[in-house]
Ligand binder design. Structure first.
Ligand code: NZQ
Ligand code: ZN
Length: 388
């Protein structure tokens, strides 16, 4: 059954090879000064930086830049952006990059005119967004997070050793996002499969909860199957437009709230990964992958019918003559096989964790109640040890 819901996503998406052509027209909706925010080298080596700055110049904009936004963006970097916004009266923040750059842009947008410490107020305190928010827009170059069409902003406070995610209301969603799959051709395969697993994990976090027969679950199954098929195709040929375009749109749909409608949601794997990331700075999707295998093996019996459905509908496992438990386990095994096929990392050691870190990660992980089983810190430690 679909429970009552409100769906409102205001982000305008320009998708395709010519989508950058829409930027100039969009810029007329905003004031004089644009904060252009990006990562380290990617957008310059792709030639995208030159194209975007030429369009900004042509539109008569004054441009201020914040470069060097790192994967797992830090609060210190966010505050650098806050100072630039205030000093230059910025009227649009244009993020060009992956989830880290877009998350940092949204973080700056909500923090610039916040009178208190923004991290304490919004990321730790989860207080309502009441202050003025600077408009954000994005040009996406790396697929996975869905940040281009949602209110999420995940920020790492290095001194506190906390990586905290906050989903902001629609005022912080990108006003528009430009998605050209060709921009992702240069993403190295390690980053690409990390992004794919992030998409898969967003889908599983929403799928493995509740037991309604719900249209949302059918949408999720389709997106998972598309992600699996198109990953294989893109790994064979990184410049294959068909697979890159499908992977890009899958990732956007996987976290633009459509796939969470009317569902309880889990998100425990993400909570564990965030603290793993705070300690190791690992690629987000790789951290999720490593944790997912022992996590789902630990909880599948509590949501058995859904794990059977996952095995049969997503991985094509036949349930004929098998106990439900066996079918469910075969589904998780099929996911592991796919991960190995794509060289997705499944060991925390390989992601930079040490044995000593594990209890600290387990103790500092936020525990949620939306999944099939609410964990204790001891169970989280067991999961971390199992994928060490
Ligand atoms: O720094 P540059 O040179 O730009 O290189 C980046 C970076 O090193 C590179 N890259 C990006 N586009 C490229 C490219 N390299 C070659 N060609 C291109 N076209 O990729 C590296 C990783 O980029 P990053 O933005 O960090 O990756 P991702 O998109 O996976 O973002 C991860 C961050 O998003 C958060 C994660 O926790 C993590 O901090 N998340 C945000 C969410 C949201 N807003 O809703 C939800 C997610 O669950 C996630 O937590
Ligand atoms: Zn994620």
């Amino acid at each position: 059954m679909l429970k009552d819901f409100t769906f409102h996503n205001p982000t305008k998406i320009y998708f395709g090879k010519k989508s950058l052509d829409k930027l100039k027209g969009e810029l007329t909706n905003y004031g004089e000064t644009v904060l252009l925010i990006y990562g380290k080298n990617a957008i310059k080596s792709m030639g995208l930086y030159d194209q975007v700055t030429a369009i900004l110049k042509d539109a008569g904009k004054k441009v201020v830049e914040l470069s060097g936004v790192m994967p797992n963006p830090t609060y210190a970097k966010l505050m650098e952006g806050v100072r630039l916004v205030k000093a230059n009266k910025v009227s649009l923040i244009l993020a060009v990059g992956g989830g880290s750059v877009i998350d940092c842009a949204k973080g700056i947008a909500v923090s610039a005119y916040c009178d208190e410490d923004p991290f304490e107020k919004y990321w730790l305190g989860y207080k309502s967004l009441a202050n003025e928010t600077v408009p954000v827009a994005s040009i996406l170059t790396m697929v996975g997070t869905g940040s281009e069409m949602n209110g999420g902003s995940v920020i790492t406070h290095e001194e506190m050793k906390v990586k905290a995610g906050r989903v902001f209301p629609v005022a912080a969603y990108p006003r528009f996002s430009i998605l050209n799959p060709e921009y992702t051709f240069s993403v190295p395969s390690y980053q690409m499969v990390s992004g794919v697993f992030d998409t898969m994990s967003h889908l599983m976090e929403q799928y493995f909860s509740g037991d309604d027969n719900n249209t949302t679950d059918y949408i999720i199954e389709g997106l998972m199957r598309s992600s699996i098929d198109n990953t294989r195709q893109a790994l064979n040929n990184p410049e294959d437009y068909e697979s890159r375009s499908n992977l890009m749109w899958n990732a956007t749909l996987a976290l633009n709230t459509v796939t969470g409608l009317s569902k309880a949601q889990d998100w425990q794997v993400h909570m564990i990964e965030h603290q793993l990331g705070a300690y190791t700075d690992c690629a987000h999707g790789m951290g999720l992958a490593a944790i997912s295998l022992p996590y789902y093996r630990h909880i599948y019996a509590y949501g058995l019918d859904k794990f059977v459905r996952f095995a049969t509908q997503v991985w094509g496992i036949s349930p004929e003559g098998k106990a439900k438990e066996e079918t469910a386990r075969e589904g998780i095994n099929a996911m592991e096989k796919f991960m190995n096929e794509c060289s997705i990392v499944t060991s925390l050691k390989e992601l930079g964790a040490t044995k000593e870190m594990l209890p600290q990660i387990a103790e500092s992980t936020v525990i949620l109640k939306g999944g099939y089983k609410s964990l204790t810190p001891g169970e989280i430690l067991g999961i971390l040890e199992a994928c060490f």
